[in-house]
Design a protein around this ligand. Structure first.
Ligand code: G3P
Length: 218
């Protein structure tokens, strides 16, 4: 399972990269705005900075919603760095653009996916990644993990190579359950990754080992 961090915050990306387990980064316009990055040049520069920190794929989202606009914006983003993945919304024009990018060897991440049907279309269009938003489904009393399981089954039925990128992850149990189901990738905040470290028996056990180690040297 690949671990992506879902942020545009360079400090958090560096921290996750330093852990040695980071496989990539996902961003979106809301996450870029949260970091106060404004203006086209600054936004493009920021994507390059992220690419220079990590060694895996970095999703950069288009804001155009028409085919020509998505293609123009996506090609510009893809030109920035070899690890940029063009993030495209699950809309009709987006599906057409994903097919175009796929035919032209540009990697894509189909975002804002909330149903199996949408995931099926993304795979048919040749998306590199599909991003079902599990947290936002949970927010409206619909089990996001069920969607991951259903997409896994459909993709396995037909051998689709599109990678299931479980997005809108909010906590460690989302990560663990996505791993059980067989999501190819998870993207979440740093807290959802670091939370995996925690177990009180580890802390208690380590304290005891260190205490006993002192006796060995005395
Ligand atoms: O990757 C998509 C993600 O950023 C959405 O997360 O927490 O805004 O639902 P959230």
């Amino acid at each position: 399972m690949k671990f992506f961090i879902d942020t545009a915050n360079l400090e958090q990306i560096r921290e996750a990269q330093d852990l040695g387990i980071l496989d990539g980064v996902t961003t979106n316009p809301s996450l870029m705005a949260k970091e106060g990055i404004t203006g086209k040049n600054n936004i493009l520069k920021h994507y390059v900075e992220i690419c220079e920190i990590v060694s895996g794929d970095v999703s950069a989202e288009v804001v155009a919603t028409d085919f020509e606009g998505i293609v123009k914006e996506g090609e510009e983003l893809a030109e920035l760095h070899e690890r940029i993945v063009v993030k495209v919304p699950m809309i009709k024009e987006g599906v057409k653009a994903i097919k175009y990018f796929s035919d032209n060897h540009i990697k894509t991440n189909c975002t804002l996916v909330f149903s199996v049907g949408q995931a099926l279309l993304a795979a048919k269009a040749g998306a590199t990644y599909v991003s079902p938003f599990i947290g936002r489904l949970d927010d409206i009393s619909t089990d996001g993990l069920d969607l991951i399981a259903d997409i896994r089954q459909v993709y396995d039925n037909y051998g689709f190579e599109t990678q299931i990128l479980a997005a809108s992850i909010r906590h460690t149990m989302h990560v663990v359950n996505c791993a059980k189901i067989g999501a190819d990738v998870m993207t979440g905040p740093l807290s959802s990754i670091e939370g995996l470290l925690k177990h009180p028996l580890t802390d208690i056990g380590l304290e005891k080992f260190l205490e006993d180690a002192k006796k060995l040297n005395s």
